[in-house]
Write a protein that binds this ligand. Sequence first.
Ligand code: FAD
Ligand code: NAD
Length: 159
Amino acid sequence: MEDRQFRNAMGKFATGVNVIATEVEGEVYGMTANAFMSVSLDPKLIVISIGNHAKMLERIRQSGKFSVNVLSCEQQEESMRFAGQKQFEDKFEFDTLAGVPVVSDALCQLSCDVYNEHTEGDHVLFIGKVNDLVLEEGDPLIFNCGKYRRLEALEEVTQ
Ligand code: FAD
Ligand code: NAD
């Protein structure tokens, strides 16, 4: 099976878009990621998946902490910035939540400690224990078939 065919298949599954952020020795780093899932309610656990070529991998290992920031449909530029899809001249200012850098105006900010990690193939799964969170109103940015999209309400399905 070709990589492209597999990616096309995975791209059929529409997701939100997150920025993962962490701080190492006073420097803050962000990375766009859509591989994310809620794992457990007790304790409160989530999972992210970081490719083994991403610089974010060692950064999270070094800090032992990271945030997950669910982007709104107004934040496509933030996604492009932290995926290296577009270069920006200005400095990006992060907020802080429970000692971890977070993206302002994200629909949801989760501040996490690394709870566990598992290497699977060419990615590392980080299980995060959620210590604090902040929620905002708004619609999410969507990623589907390799494109950014926005939500549109559908007619309610009648029984
Ligand atoms: P870098 O290449 O160093 O950083 C990424 C970009 O962010 C660079 O352009 C850098 O200049 C900028 N940046 C970082 N920190 C700052 C800062 N403090 N201020 C300003 N700019 C900064 N990869 C995965 O491993 N897992 C995923 O789940 C995943 N999902 C993705 C979903 C989407 C929709 C997209 C578009 C990409 C996804 N990627 C994913 C790919 C990943 O975002 C890129 O490969 C990314 O460039 C890897 O970043 P890096 O950690 O190597 O760090
Ligand atoms: P795409 O068509 O490559 O992505 C479609 C789907 O394929 C993604 O949502 C993801 O589920 C999967 N996918 C893509 N690359 C993957 C990888 N290296 N490992 C595991 N799954 C992967 O979309 P695109 O517009 O070409 O993506 C932009 C860039 O972001 C590409 O370089 C892509 O590799 C990267 N990306 C990486 C991941 C990831 O590592 N989990 C996820 C999404 C996008």
